[in-house]
Design a protein. Structure first.
Lengths: 160, 576
């Protein structure tokens, strides 16, 4: 089962290295890791997605807790969170293909952020599943480059 | 220190260390460390011990910490000085020893340029520290030192690195002692949950075959008195890990000695047969459990540890308790005192253990080559020092014999690299231990292999006038590896024979220490007495047999029942 960890850390140099280093040393595999400043400038929030079948999630959170700069960890329930990811994709869109790309973009509510005679760049936000589905459809048209942020997530309701 | 006094960074560091109660530090200077050493020149209370290699500084600080329970401090210059500390930092990390390692760093504006003697020591040590700091501003120094000491010594203790660029030492600050902490992510739990302790007490009360399994946490939390009370209250037999040695007096009738790979037959079979295993401050290390699936197969497990990540890591606990051993043991005693308990409940179990102790004592045969039995040397050290010396060791056969044949009666009496298994630890650790506990007799039991890894620290011991007795069990081999080659690798002794050996007596004398050589049984005691009477360090070269192996032995990854050696009394013991 996929776990989404929301990890509040002190906004200090080297904290990302400590977290990444811990995962490497203990042999935990990360699916994705996204980090940015939180509502408090002294704290950053990391969203880490990890496969619970591959490593005991209990050990992962306990080991993370041992890092002095880690303030709080929440293992977000799939039903109790809102999660999403931002993706840029550059697709070849010459001639007839262009219409198809634009149609797909519309279905997925992707925004066209750059365009020239040969290429269209789309920006899309959504769950990992949605992004995967989009990429699947675009693949036959010629996906040239993909950049994604990794999942970020937030708890529903007041509980955060 | 009067508030807001103008100081240089280097002076502020001295003041901050003194404020933390640091009396002594072990170190070695170098280019970027000069400003600090200049400030040390005027230090009134802080003593600096000059070692001969930075590895020695880290181990000496570690030995000091283990012998006293205080934070050990070592210091080095940048680059190679700092990297030479690495083995010592890893040793402290694996054994949860409170160490603060101060490393000097190249100027801030040179960091990242591959400057002369630059090494990214906070990066290099990342996986082997509890925490680390790279100090950017002079004004941060007092706070960083205060936090480092707090982190190193509380919760599960461990090493903290403070890396300081030289310009930070040269800068000025308005110095004020740091007394407050701002560590939102660090709040170790000391007091075990009352409900869990109550459940554990109930389980102990009902157990018919309980065993106490004590680890390093029992020593570091200072729990010996509470544990003694607990064991006696419900007559629970006690096994200790290597790190737990001394947490329970081995002269006590409930003591079974060490468990694990080279543990006693009694301790290992007690764990195998028990219905309740009470782990206080140990971590189910592979050297203790052997084959995990077959470990303590009939037992319900209580696991108390100050580090929540240890609970459930290797063995699932039915009753987990996050808390330090001292608080948990005290809580258990309190709960148990209120419960009814018929002494006959464990009578059969205690009788079984007593019988096994009688039938399977630690035993050895005299070597056929006529050389000294290494076990006898340890027994003689035990007898001559009256179970009371602080024993430091290196790693290998002599270390295991030191666990088996010396009788430990108090905590912090056995100082050894358990987790990392660092050869070369013994001599520098004994220097730290002797400085920390000048009133005690300190004996370093070493092998001819490990001793030569940090032999240069004899000069440190001589210059400090430390009356350490170094006992080398010299069998001419890297004995523990040879033992594995003997038992599991068809006696193919690849690279374990030390062919060119110095004359340790003359080597000791060259350093200005007393040197003695012992070949015969009846020379052991006089040599020990002469060495103990000597005001400075003494080195005794005991010529021991290479035939002797450490038994009993549970081969790595196997079940307790696969034990080699440890036959019943009178049936003789297998030897190589």
């Amino acid at each position: 089962m996929k776990h989404t960890l929301s990890v509040l850390v002190e906004n200090k140099p080297g904290v990302l290295t400590r977290v990444a280093g811990l995962f490497a040393r203990r042999g935990f595999n990360i699916d994705s890791l996204a980090v940015g400043q939180s509502e408090d400038p002294a704290l950053s929030r990391m969203t880490i997605t990890i496969d619970g079948a591959e490593q005991p999630i209990d050990q992962v959170t306990k080991q993370l807790h041992k890092l002095i700069n880690v303030v709080k960890i929440r293992d977000l329930e799939p039903k109790g969170m809102v999660a999403g990811e931002l993706l840029f994709v550059k697709v070849s869109a010459e001639g007839e293909k262009r219409t198809e790309v634009l149609q797909i973009a519309e279905i997925f509510r992707a925004k066209i952020v750059d365009v020239d005679r040969r290429v269209v760049t789309l920006r899309v936000v959504g769950t990992t599943d949605k992004l995967e589905a989009l990429l699947e459809l675009l693949k036959p048209l010629g996906v040239l480059e993909v950049v994604r942020t990794g999942t970020i997530a937030i708890g529903r309701g007041r509980g955060g | 220190m009067s508030p807001d006094k103008k100081l240089k960074g280097s002076e502020a560091l001295v003041a901050a260390l003194e404020h933390e109660g640091c009396e002594v530090m072990f170190g070695f200077p170098g280019g970027v460390a000069i400003p600090f050493y200049d400030a040390l020149y005027d230090a009134k209370r802080l003593r600096h011990v000059l070692v001969r290699h930075e590895q020695g500084a880290a181990h000496a600080a570690d030995g000091y910490a283990r012998a006293t329970g205080k934070v050990g401090v070592c210091v080095s210059t940048s680059g190679p000085g700092a990297t030479n500390l690495v083995t010592g930092i890893a040793t402290a990390y694996l054994d949860s020893s409170p160490l603060v390692a101060i490393t000097w760093q190249v100027r801030s504006d040179l960091i990242g340029t591959d400057a002369f003697q630059e090494a990214d020591i906070t990066g290099i040590t990342l996986p082997i520290v509890k925490h680390s700091y790279l100090v950017k501003k002079t004004a941060e120094l007092p706070q960083v030192v205060h936090e480092a000491f707090h982190i190193a010594s509380t919760g599960r203790p461990g090493p903290v690195v403070i890396d300081i660029p030289v310009d930070v030492a040269l800068g000025e600050l308005a110095y004020r002692d740091a007394d407050t902490l701002d560590l939102p992510g660090y709040r170790p739990t000391f007091r075990g949950h009352v409900k869990q302790i109550r459940a554990a007490a109930k389980a102990i009360n009902e157990a018919q075959r309980p065993v106490l399994y004590l680890g390093g946490g029992a020593i570091s939390s200072g729990a010996a008195a509470e544990i003694l009370r607990l064991a006696e209250l419900r007559r629970v037999p006690v096994a200790t890990t290597l790190m737990g040695i001394g947490a329970f007096p081995e002269t006590h009738e409930l003591a079974m000695g060490m468990l694990g790979m080279h543990g006693t037959v009694t301790a290992n079979y007690a764990v195998h047969e028990c219905d309740l295993l009470i782990n206080l401050g140990a971590r189910f290390d592979d050297r203790v459990t052997g084959k995990l699936k077959a470990f303590a197969p009939h037992a319900k497990v209580i696991h108390a540890d100050v580090d929540p990540a240890e609970i459930g890591k290797n063995v699932p606990a039915v009753i987990p308790i996050v808390g330090d051993v001292k608080h948990v043991a005290a809580g258990l005693v309190k709960e148990l005192e209120a419960l009814e308990w018929p002494a006959e409940r464990t009578a059969e179990w205690l009788a079984r253990i007593a019988a096994r102790k009688e039938e399977y004592p630690l035993d050895y045969e005299d070597p056929k080559d006529g050389k000294l039995a290494p076990q006898l040397v340890i027994q003689e050290i035990d007898r001559v020092t009256g179970h009371d010396a602080v024993i430091c060791t290196d790693v290998g056969q002599h270390q295991m014999w030191a666990t088996q044949y010396y009788t430990y009666t108090s905590p912090r009496q056995f100082i050894s690299s358990g987790g990392l298994g660092t050869m070369g630890f013994g001599l520098p650790a004994s220097i730290g231990a002797q400085i920390g506990r000048p009133e005690k007799t300190v004996v370093d039991i070493s092998g001819d292999g490990g001793f030569q890894m940090t032999v240069q620290e004899l000069a440190t011991a001589v210059s400090c006038g430390l009356p350490i007795v170094v006992c080398i069990l010299n069998n001419g081999y890297l004995g523990m590896v040879r033992q594995w080659q003997d038992l599991f690798w068809n006696q193919r002794y690849s690279c374990t024979c030390i062919e060119a050996q110095p004359d340790f007596k003359r080597l000791a004398e060259a350093y200005g220490a007393l040197g003695l050589t012992v070949n015969e049984k009846d020379e052991i005691e006089p040599a020990l007495r002469e060495a103990l009477a000597c005001e400075g360090p003494a080195v005794i070269d005991f010529r021991t047999s290479a035939e002797s192996n450490v038994f009993p032995m549970v081969p790595a990854g196997q079940e307790i029942t696969e034990m080699i050696g440890g036959q019943a009394k009178g049936k003789g013991r297998r030897s190589s």
